[in-house]
Design a protein around this ligand. Sequence first.
Ligand code: 4GP
Length: 743
Amino acid sequence: MGRTLDNAMLNVGLKDVARDGLSDLGFRVEDVINQEHDAALGNGGLGRLAACFLDSMATLNYPAWGYGLRYRYGIFKQEIVNGYQVEIPDYWLDNNPWEFPRHEITVDIQFYGNVKKYQDENGRISHSWEDGEIVQAVAYDVPIPGYGTKTTNNLRLWSSKASSGEFDFQKFNAGDYESAVADQQRAETISAVLYPNDNLERGKELRLKQQYFWCAASLFDIVRRFKKTKRAWGEFPDQIAIQLNDTHPTLAIVELQRILIDKEGLEWDEAWSIVTKTFGYTNHTVLPEALEKWSVPLMQNLLPRHLQIIYEINLFFLQSVEKRFPNDRDILSRVSIIEESHPKMVRMAYLAIIGSHKVNGVAELHSDLLKTTLFKDFVKIYGPDRFTNVTNGITPRRWLHQANPRLSALIAEKLGSYDFLKDLTLLDKIEAFVDDKAFREEWAVIKRENKLRLAKHIKATTGFDVNPNALFDVQVKRIHEYKRQQLNIFGVIHRYLSIKAMSAEEKKKVVPRVSIFGGKAAPGYWMAKTIIHLINKVADVVNKDPEIGDLLKVIFIADYNVSKAEIICPASDISEHISTAGTEGSGTSNMKFVLNGGLIIGTCDGANIEITREIGEQNIFLFGNLAEDVEDLRHRHFYGDFKLDPQLERVFDAIKDNVFGDKADFSALISSIEEHGDYYLVSDDFNSYITTHEMVDEAFQNQEEWLVKSIASVARMGFFSMDRVTNEYADSIWNVEPLDVKD
Ligand code: 4GP
């Protein structure tokens, strides 16, 4: 979520008042804003997308809530020590004025125990989940003010607490203090810490506990509110839509079915029809290591009744599939919710598809890939209409107006109002000014000031001076092999070696560059940490090399987060979105950079493709193999058909010559490419990457044309407003209309 104060002031239109008031008291509003901690509630793109949703839903007056966990420790703080990432706990909840504890709103959440079967005098069978352990969920509400509206929506976060009293006084009095406190601590552990993985699932019991705790508390809240209206159960899906932000809350499907049949006494079919009409499921990634599966024995122990219901859902589903495809035995095992492995696993994505009425991907290519690969069988079963695409977007309030106030003001001046912040398609009108020299000059001045602001931050945090006239080349996002920060740093080494080999005359023609990296690696993701280490070692060598001077600087910005992104995005000339084709769901920072007047270099992946369609091929630097060729290339590598790109070989030789410290530190990174199949196609794409960067250099030398590209691109970014996205979900999935909110 990042910080709230600035965003809230801008959204409710009080920033000027606050600035004046603070100034009377002798303070600067910026200094006050900078005191705030970033809310540390998520890992990367998926969480930030949810934050953009909240802003947009409030702005558009949709009656919508967010539900999440109130992690005591959210995403860790990253420090770089001797070039290595070190994780530090972040006490983000200390002095957080934005949450309202609602001690009166609590829900008892059950775990473990066993299921008893009862039969009444009419022979009707019912199930009861008994015994086990109870943990209390306490609500904390976070207000979400919309922009230019009276609507303030709610984000409800659940915190876990021991259920009956603080601790067992009997044990305490008997001298067993430790065990009395341990019970309490066990309960509080549930919401204690965010698992710091992006695009990765690990299958730990505590994580499953978190998921169920969150789903059960939220569902209880939703159902309680619905029951107050005294409507018939059949109206539930007309009143409520629940969107699953990836598979992490899929247990909500099972929980609602359980409430309806076990607690409310509905028949299975009636309940299931309500459930499937209520839920929608958004898939955010096709990476196999991110697809959630939970072991059956683990689920049996923690949530015995839910496992029974999952088996029932699966049985009815497989029966219907068998009826439709009587001659296809294989399809049953392929689509079964239960994977017949050892141990058996529950496939959460399949459960989410079966329990929802719509499934969507987050960019066109990604949604197509879902239909043709991962969920192919389900398209056959349900038909293509259940599967759809809603291309991601970003909120222009935070990512233009707040992050880049001067650019926002310049656009407002030209368009005559700030209406574009509510209707981003209005940006297209600035294209009319693209030939206006004075306008271009103002545009350039703003970029320069934003670069100076970032240069100041870099100086303060790393000690390095960077030249604001250099081309700022940025890659900030979670560190992941599929996002290919390794391709970028190998490209930087190639550039370094090339400059070193130049004559003084040749050097004069080099376009100076600052290569800026930022991003966290999951603490257990060794390869990602190795990439961070290499970037920092390369920075050590390059930045101190007198032969290089200002021609190349390498910067790693530690602890990349939302408030840093707000400084970095407006300051970039070119940003890198260079995932192996077919691996990035959408990407949303690509949108943030372009909306702030930066150009991008990217692969034909995720939303890059639609960004190209909107802004025009002449305004983006595309390179690399296409998604449709990736499988074939991997296959060929697997059978030994692989030749290392010669320019990449030169880079590897330098690393092996210990130019960037002990080569042993980086051997796994190199061997993953040289010896183990180059799964992410770094070598295959290297030549095209280098050549495209040469085109970037050349284009940057013609500043006037560069500015034309920058302005035209911003003008054409209207499609990527989160408001368009929210309206699409509301229309085609939730069937909900905005409320008419009177001022
Ligand atoms: C991310 C995707 O990797 C990213 O491409 C997409 O833009 C974002 O979701 C929002 O849709 N996925 C995750 C994850 O963060 O953990 O799966």
